[in-house]
Design a binder for this molecule. Structure first.
Ligand code: DAH
Length: 339
């Protein structure tokens, strides 16, 4: 084959290579020129048949042509690969500036939040945290608290009795007995927890939470009780809150009082939440009855103390505007997530 034809062959290969659209395509076209049965190999094989003076000239030209086609194919392969890379990047495009999907995070239950807030306040006053059992003996729940057998608080209507004579505690006051028995004052404790009564309405639930607090020492007075509760009220409801102590009767305190706080929502104007009275019931309190101290083995001549017990759930329902206590206990996430 004359060298001019080899040039034409290279030009033909250049066009064929440039027209390839994929690496496979290119491999096939390249083999057509450079493979063992390809056009250039054929030329090289035919050299033997040429006249001796032509052999070296055609041989050199064929080798040159071979290298040029190789270079053209290599360049085209690089081009095709780059194009494939760009195309894949385009297809799998990732917008790193898009807002991510936030993972659903849990949060504390409103009652847990209010309970912790209350406990934190008393811890800051130097009170310790105590717990008592929810399945309780008659002694701790009633008898030691000076609640005699025929007291209305023991009525089947209110108390859940277990078959073995235990009760579900009806209040957190059992913790007073649990803490004081076998120990000597001074005491400063709060005890939050679940209590149980046979009751159901928008403002009552058969299970609810109370926080009990008490302090016993040599010179504890009702004034200490008022001071502690006023500070507690201000912490929960704001500095302008007022407290009202109404004389009442609890078997385990003497004197006893019920406490109301001034409605923080209506600013003395009367509103739905306080039924127009401007006062909200908060809990009970009093000076611990000497008989209770004695039943715990404490000298009631030497020591006095105050005690109080408040509902936690009502405070939470006011704080978060929840109309029915049921919503607090059902564990319905659709409701809880709105709070
Ligand atoms: N135990 C009472 C109740 O559940 C509340 C209470 C009243 C607790 C007076 C006290 C107290 O510690 O002194 O209704």
């Amino acid at each position: 084959m004359p060298t001019a034809d080899l040039d034409a062959l290279v030009e033909e290969a250049r066009a064929a290579i440039a027209a390839t659209e994929s690496p496979d395509d290119l491999t096939r076209v390249r083999a057509g020129y450079l493979g063992r049965k390809g056009t250039i190999a054929e030329v090289l094989r035919g050299i033997g048949k040429l006249a001796p003076e032509e052999r070296s000239q055609v041989g050199a030209a064929a080798n040159t042509a071979k290298r040029r086609v190789e270079t053209l194919a290599d360049e085209r392969r690089a081009q095709l690969e780059q194009r494939a890379t760009l195309q894949s990047l385009e297809e799998h495009r990732l917008d790193v500036t898009l807002a991510g999907a936030a993972p659903a995070a849990g949060h504390l239950h409103p009652i847990t939040r209010v309970m912790r807030d209350m406990v934190d306040f008393f811890v800051s006053l130097g009170f310790s945290l105590e717990e008592g059992p929810e399945v309780e003996t008659d002694w701790h729940n009633f008898e030691a608290l000076n609640i005699p057998k025929d007291h209305p608080a023991r009525d089947m209507q209110d108390t859940f009795y277990l078959e073995d004579g235990h009760v579900l505690r009806t209040h957190t006051s059992n913790v007073q007995i649990r803490v004081m028995t076998g120990r000597q004052p001074p005491f400063r404790f709060v005890a939050p927890g679940r209590v149980y009564r046979h009751d159901l309405s928008p403002r009552h639930s058969p299970m609810f939470n109370q926080i009990e607090g008490f302090m016993v020492d040599e010179r504890v007075t009702f004034a200490d009780l008022k001071g502690v509760l006023l500070a507690f009220g201000r912490h929960l409801f704001g500095d302008d809150v007022e407290l009202r102590f109404r004389a009442n009767h609890f078997p385990f305190t003497e004197p006893s009082a019920e406490i109301d706080y001034s409605c923080e929502l209506c600013d003395s104007q009367g509103c739905k939440m306080c039924s127009g009275t401007c006062w909200v019931e908060w809990g009970g309190c009093g000076m611990i009855h000497p008989r209770v101290l004695e039943r715990c083995g404490i000298d009631a001549q030497r020591y006095q103390g105050f005690a109080f017990g408040m509902g936690i759930d009502r405070t939470a329902s006011r704080r978060y505007g929840i109309p029915h206590l049921r919503h607090l206990f059902e564990g319905d996430l659709r409701v809880l997530e709105q709070i």
